[in-house]
Design a protein around this ligand. Structure first.
Ligand code: SF4
Length: 76
């Protein structure tokens, strides 16, 4: 399994599961990928094209989410 904090393994999937408290941190950290809506943060439809260039920000957003609902899948 890829190290959640490493920035060398490419991101292959990003998702926000149930439980988002709409704090806005993820969008502040990586607005290219995350967008806060009325009921939950979501992953933007166009996010995939930023997975390679924004690994660090995506990993940071997942790490900083106060309720740990951002799930990032990494290639091994
Ligand atoms: S950081 Fe977590 S709790 Fe905050 S808006 Fe993003 S997904 Fe929701």
């Amino acid at each position: 399994m890829a190290d959640k904090t490493s920035t060398s393994n490419p991101v292959t999937h990003v998702g926000v599961i149930e439980g988002c408290i709409i704090c806005g941190l993820c969008e502040d950290t990586c607005p290219q990928v995350f967008c806060v809506r009325d009921e939950s943060a979501v992953v933007r439809q166009s996010a995939e094209k930023f997975y390679e260039s924004h690994v660090e920000q995506i990993v940071q957003a997942a790490k900083e989410c106060p309720v740990d609902v951002i799930k990032v899948r990494r290639a091994v």
